[in-house]
Structures are given as C-alpha cells and as structure tokens.
Write a new protein. Structure first.
Length: 149
C-alpha cells in the first residue's frame, strides 16, 4: 500500500523533524511518495525563502525528495477523480489539497498530513460516502500527524 506525504508532512519530516511523521514513515516498508503538486509547492517554498540560509536548506530537502521519493503525476484518471472529490469537499479546502488527496487515492496509498482541516475533510468525506461508489474510491485513507506529536 504505502504512504503519500502531503506538503505539510514533508515539511514536518524534513524541516521540523516531527516524531509523528517520522514514526509513520518508518513504520511503512515502502518508499514514500509525493504528488507532483507537492513537488511544485516545495519548489515554490525554495523560491519564497526569506534568506539564503533557508533557501539552501529547502533546496537540499527538495533535492532529497526528488531523488528519493516516488513522484505521482497528474493524469487523465486523476483529473476525473479530482472533479468528483472537489465537489464533495468544503470550499475552504484548497484545490492543491484535493489534487494531493486524489494522488493518494488513485495510487491506493494512505495520505499523511499535518493539516487538521484536510484530515477532517477527508475523514468526513470517507465516513459519509457509500463505499461502493466511484467517489469513495477517490477518498484516500488519512493519517493525521498533529504538529509536535
């Protein structure tokens, strides 16, 4: 099965060294994955770094992620799943979060996040959806690792 890390989980793992995220990654024997959307957000983080020191650290983390993790692309099937899931999510859930959730669902990975709002939205969508529907297959299982746990 494996796990897919959203941007908050990658930052929790590599920048904050958050024990909850680290333990979750280490508990799974598979190589973690990230969505192409998360990769884009990490690139943006490098560009928006407040100074050269932070930019260098973020660039090293970006290089590590690019070299070591599986990157899940956006394809035709994920676009269709995104449309279904985006209709179901509350408006406050960002489009990028929906793309990342779809990447986890379409690859049958658990989504690891430190974003409480996203974890709640996914849990609500999963529990209120008939499991036999296409929508249910677009909602990944979620592992919420609150910051600092």
């Amino acid at each position: 099965m494996g796990v897919l890390l959203d941007t908050s989980a990658v930052i929790g793992w590599l920048e904050r060294r958050d024990p909850g995220v680290i333990d979750t990654i280490e508990a799974d024997p598979n190589v973690p994955a990230i969505s192409a959307v998360t990769l884009g957000e990490l690139h943006r983080g490098v560009r928006r770094a407040p100074d050269d020191r932070v930019r260098t650290i973020r660039r090293l983390h970006l290089d590590f992620v690019t070299d070591r993790l599986d990157i899940v692309p956006i394809d035709r099937d994920s676009a269709s799943a995104w449309a279904m899931l985006a209709e179901r999510f509350p408006r406050r859930t960002g489009h990028n979060d929906v793309w990342i959730a779809v990447a986890a669902a379409t690859t049958r990975r658990q989504l690891v996040t430190q974003d409480e709002q996203l974890a709640t939205a996914l849990t609500d969508a999963r529990t209120s959806t008939d499991p036999s529907t296409a929508l249910a297959r677009s909602v990944p299982d979620v592992i919420h690792c609150p910051i600092g746990t």
